[in-house]
Design a protein around this ligand. Structure first.
Ligand code: L34
Length: 295
């Protein structure tokens, strides 16, 4: 029987903690943390995610600014917005929601963001600092996963961790964080991907599996051992005519059958997603306090 890791509940607990900090700042007459989010185009999932971020800012007492641009926005125009946010002293941190429309180079935009305001932790300066264990904004989803493991007191040290997927924003950074000499950390990590041979031989050995490949219900019960800890990062929309919206959300894990063998498992929705949002709030609070790069 598995324990469900309640990401949504934990996210709410962390938001209450952040709200207490914001109240203290307010009482002391300090600057209220201010997050800006840039959303280009009409991607349906991105709209939901950014809305959740803005709503969460309101819940904790942050200031927030939402900048919406239509899909025809040029790369130059977006770079202009990034430059303005970089130079706006009122803004402690900002994000440009991905994916961007195809005519905009995501790498170019990421590089244009001042690392001091890069609360997504996507800029190579923050990635490099993270990799070397220096103070950094940790990328939101990996940071959220580390928080879950920590707060649920899941033993990571010396464990066999298998990460499925090597993206810049999840698979690669979480593999680094799990193997760092820190708590949580000190795990032995295998980073598996589309060219991995005999994937099942890896997943069957794993004490902890981070599934972040973006393939609905990829990980099945025959691929895992009894007692495994499962962190499901996937949020896939699958057509479902019986569902209200015409789709349902599913992770990268075949939930019911894998849950029957797991000691802990994260649900989708209500797992990693809400933790991604609270990590962003934590990074924004850090930025406001000058905790990573100084005041
Ligand atoms: N720049 N782009 C940038 N920063 C990010 O940190 C992200 N990410 C990922 C996509 N692009 C990004 C997000 O914000 C994924 N992501 C994200 C954020 C929030 C949620 C999921 C993914 C979330 O709130 N999920 C809820 C509800 C999902 C729903 O109703 O559709 C959940 O319970 O999983």
């Amino acid at each position: 029987m598995s324990n469900i890791i309640d990401g949504k509940g934990l996210a709410n607990t962390i938001k209450e903690e952040i709200a207490v900090e914001v109240a203290k700042i307010r009482d002391a007459g300090g600057k209220i943390p201010h997050l800006a989010a840039v959303l280009v185009g009409e991607d349906a999932a991105s709209q939901v995610y950014v809305r959740n971020k803005v709503r969460s800012c309101e819940q904790v007492g942050f200031e927030s600014t939402m900048i919406r641009k239509d899909i025809s926005t040029t790369e130059e125009e977006l770079l202009e917005i990034v430059a303005e946010l970089n130079n706006d002293d009122e803004i402690d941190g900002f994000i440009v929601q991905l994916p961007l429309p195809k005519h905009i180079n995501e790498e170019k935009i990421t590089l244009a963001i001042d690392p001091r305001k890069d609360v997504d932790g996507f800029h190579p300066a923050n990635f490099g600092r993270m990799a070397q264990g220096l103070p950094a904004y940790l990328p939101a989803t990996p940071f959220g996963i580390m928080q879950m493991l920590d707060r649920y007191d899941i033993d990571v040290e010396g464990k066999e961790c298998v990460v499925l997927g090597r993206s810049n924003i999840v698979g690669t950074p979480i593999s680094i964080l799990l193997s760092r000499k820190a708590r949580p950390g000190n795990a032995t990590v295998s980073l598996c991907h589309s060219r991995t041979k005999d994937l099942k031989s890896h997943t069957l050995r794993a004490d902890i599996i981070i599934a972040a490949l973006g393939i609905p219900e990829f990980l099945t019960a025959d691929m895992v051992k009894e007692g495994v800890v499962i962190i499901d990062v996937g949020i896939n929309r699958v057509d479902d005519e019986n569902a209200k919206r015409g789709y349902r959300l599913t992770g990268d894990v075949k939930y019911d059958e894998v849950a029957a063998k797991a000691s802990y498992i994260t649900p989708v929705p209500g797992g990693v997603g809400p933790m991604t949002v609270t990590s962003l709030l934590m990074n924004t609070l850090k930025s406001c306090r000058g905790e990573v790069y100084g005041k």
